[in-house]
Design a protein. Structure first.
Length: 495
């Protein structure tokens, strides 16, 4: 899988560097707290939010159980509407398909709708290698692209930038990508938005090829859905003659009626809006040069580790994700470390469980992601499709430490334990043995109580990683078992 930030260290090192950046922490704190408060207010307006959340979970779980059937139904519906369906097993195949489709049009530039799937596979870089320039049209993605930066949030990719930084990027970089920034550009939101609008309008009007993802695909009709707040998506979806959509296979829903649930929960969970300002839906192609919509439509269905994830009975719930980003905005770890520390286009709690499943846990950074959480459970509480992220995190931690059976590239394999966890495995095995031998456990507790005055305040060796940020719990003067026997369960009184 692509989508890894090349050169990034494991999460602990990247997070350590990020928390020392006061500007970054200030930007993140302000943005996440603002979005969090607005979301809570929007959700509170619905008396049936819990029922909608359960309905979304049920629809997604049903779809994943019957994914093979619904994908075939989708292909048939898209084809009947005039579209062409392509199947991509991995990032390389998806990039090759898209590049060939663009080259076939004779064009050397494309406009893009904000898409996590295309970021995941590194499509922009792959197209650039083929001599094709891709222009991001979402405002935040434009800021990231002009700044030669990386996205740090699912919904707001430039959340780590403040207005002054954005103004400086526009002034310096816009002229190299097209229309330059207006003279005397300030950092007021209205002026920044107008500068982006003027810069992008010429690209919308001349573009012959558009590339998008999709929030949802409807199996029964072959309809694709994009929800957004700026209108750039609609421009990309309707003006170009050729539209290429790269979509993960998990984004499918069985029926048109199923959209009812998600078009209520997604906007409230993401942008805290009752509904998205722009909800664009298209089915197939148009056969008229004067009508809105593309005359050629290609759908690239992307696997790239999703089938492997589906095979994991615990981890597969990550495929329910509708990319609302609510989990990022409540996560205390993300708020302090930022999205870049996760080394993936999927940051935050959902990234900590999705990336290690799509990419595997062989690399140092992927092996560290399941530990990028305090397990406080706030992410589960706000998830509109009830993904139990803490459960999956613990499940993946076990996989990292112990190894074990898994599915990689469609094959059942036996994973080796990740490096650097030998001490943890030894400690857990010792604990398991002690709990299985009551006599040894009792003796160990008594020894610990009688020697507690000599206990260090921090653990030695590998244990420093744990006690470096935590206080060691004090050992009581008497084991609970001895107290229970001496006091007859507390009935005789205690000293």
């Amino acid at each position: 899988m692509s989508g890894m930030f090349v050169g990034m260290p494991a999460f602990p090192k990247a997070a350590h560097d990020a928390v020392n950046n006061r500007t970054l922490r200030g930007n993140l704190r302000h943005a996440t707290h603002t979005i969090r408060a607005k979301r809570a207010k929007a959700v509170a307006e619905l008396s049936d939010w819990a029922e909608l959340r359960e309905a979304g979970r049920a629809v997604k779980d049903h779809t994943l159980r019957h994914l093979d059937r619904y994908l075939v139904q989708l292909e048939e519906a898209v084809t009947a509407a005039g579209g062409t369906v392509h199947w991509a097993a991995d990032a390389d195949e998806a990039n090759r398909i898209v590049a060939e489709l663009v080259r076939a049009t004779g064009e050397s530039e494309v406009v893009k709708v904000k898409s996590m799937a295309t970021q995941e596979i590194g499509l922009n870089e792959a197209l650039e290698a083929e001599g094709i320039r891709a222009y991001e049209t979402d405002l935040a993605e434009l800021i990231v692209q002009l700044g030669r930066d990386r996205p740090s949030h699912i919904l707001v990719p430039a959340i780590h930038r403040n207005r002054g930084e954005i103004r400086d990027i526009f002034r310096k970089e816009m002229s190299e990508w097209g229309r330059p920034a207006p003279e005397g550009l300030t950092d007021t939101p209205a002026e920044l938005a107008e500068a982006a609008r003027l810069h992008l309008r010429e690209k919308f009007l001349r573009a012959k090829v558009g590339i998008s993802g999709a929030n949802f695909m409807v199996a029964e009709t072959g309809t694709l859905v994009v929800v957004e707040s700026e209108g750039n998506g609609r421009m990309c979806l309707t003006l170009p003659e050729t539209l290429i959509s790269v979509v993960g296979i998990e984004k499918i829903v069985p029926t048109w009626r199923d959209l009812e649930v998600f078009l209520q929960t997604l906007p409230r969970s993401s942008t805290a809006e009752r509904m998205n300002p722009y909800t664009s839906m298209w089915t197939g192609t148009t056969d008229s040069e004067t009508a809105d919509g593309p005359q050629a439509f290609h759908l690239v269905l992307l696997d790239n580790g999703r089938t492997d994830t589906l095979a994991d009975q615990v981890g597969r719930q990550a495929l329910r994700c509708i990319r609302c980003s609510a989990c990022l905005n409540v996560c205390p770890v993300y708020e302090r470390a930022g999205g870049h520390a996760y080394g993936s286009v999927y940051p935050g709690p959902i990234g900590a469980i999705l990336s290690p499943q799509l990419r595997g846990t062989a690399s140092e950074i992927d092996a560290s992601l399941p530990y990028a959480s305090s397990l406080c459970g706030a992410c589960y509480e706000v998830c509109p499709v009830a993904i139990d992220i803490p459960e999956v995190l613990v499940h993946l931690r076990e996989r990292v430490v112990e190894g074990g059976p898994a599915v990689r590239e469609g094959n059942r394999v036996l994973l080796k334990p990740a490096k650097g966890h030998a001490a943890e495995r030894a400690a857990m095995r010792a604990a398991r043995w002690a709990f299985a031998h009551p006599g040894a456990l009792r003796a160990g507790q008594r020894i610990a109580s009688r020697t507690r005055r000599f206990h260090p305040r921090t653990l030695p060796g590998p244990g420093r990683a744990w006690s470096g940020s935590r206080d060691l719990p004090p050992v009581p003067s008497e084991p609970f078992r001895d107290w229970w026997q001496r006091t007859d369960g507390g009935r005789k009184g205690a000293k």
